[in-house]
Design a protein around this ligand. Sequence first.
Ligand SMILES: [Zn+2]
Length: 132
Amino acid sequence: MSRALPRLDSINRDFWTGGAEGELRIHHCNDCNQFFHPPRPVCRHCLSENVAAKAVAGTGVVDTFTLNYQKWHPKMEVPFAIARVELDGAPGVYLTTNIINCDPQQVDIGDKVKVIFEQQDDVHIPLFEKID
Ligand SMILES: [Zn+2]
């Protein structure tokens, strides 16, 4: 799938390039020990600037999802699943992503999933696939 790529900066670079080392990196606060997303220079919970990206397990659970049938682009393959994934080990952090490598009709709330990266240029987009 062709995607619009994010503009990398010092704050979001770890998130978008961690896949080069197979790591899903989520911003973490070293003061209150909580994760948050999207990456920001200031902790969403305690406003500390003592934050940095930290690798998480890369697994999670489908919290909610929808199937897209609209061909927004001529090369787009439909249908596909857009899901919100709650990440293991990072309470309260949800990624909006796609569930790939399965029939979209088989995606359901509560599915266990793991990250799989799709590389485009310098960017490694975190997508997810189901695990049994
Ligand atoms: Zn904090």
